[in-house]
Design a protein around this ligand. Sequence first.
Ligand code: C5P
Length: 235
Amino acid sequence: MPARPELIVALDVADLASAAALVEQLYPTVTLFKVGLQLFTAEGPRAVEAVQQRGGRVFLDLKLHDIPNTVAGAVREAARLGVEMCTLHASGGRSMLQAAAQSVAGSGSPMRLLAVTVLTSLDSRGLEEVVGSQLDVAAQVVRLALLAREAGLDGVVASPHEIGVLRATVGPSMRLVIPGVRPAWAATDDQRRVMTPHEAAVAGADYLVIGRPITAAADPVQATGRILEELRAAA
Ligand code: C5P
């Protein structure tokens, strides 16, 4: 049985005050928080500092995708902010991924780099529109995860339904960070192929990223407690 996955709470809110209020409610029951595109665009590095000042650690989910020099610069700055994990698109290619990995290694930071493979919002038709030929989505996910590993990245962000195939292909050392998780008692919102925390834990996730079932709950502390209880039962 794999070790219990760690819960990451997604602070998908518009401003610093809302993010800080959630961290104050949930820390230290939860210590790892996701700062994503909305909050970072609104508040910048202050959002990261707001989490850290309250004792939290940060998963910076910016899904970087640009030329190697630019992405290397961006991850260097993320490392300076002291975030624990940062995301980039594997489809940026080997040179971009290697430049990012070298940039982090050169900075001496322990920050981990995680690859986004195929966005879960893309189905095979959407993927075909993007790349210009028919590709099997699952095969493309595996291809990009292997590329990320070769380039020196530390893990992959993936849908719960990809845990099995990824674990079998990239091995135990790559970290699998899994959104699209819904407790049986929560609304699925716009997430489609969801798994419960228990199922994702049993499948071998290292981290679960959960937002609205906690942040939109009437009582976020109680919702977190229920999820952690479910994870304990799976361990
Ligand atoms: O509110 P919810 O639990 O759906 O939040 C899930 C989080 O995971 C969001 O921050 C979202 O950006 C992120 N995510 C996702 N699906 C992906 C990749 C990331 O929902 N494929």
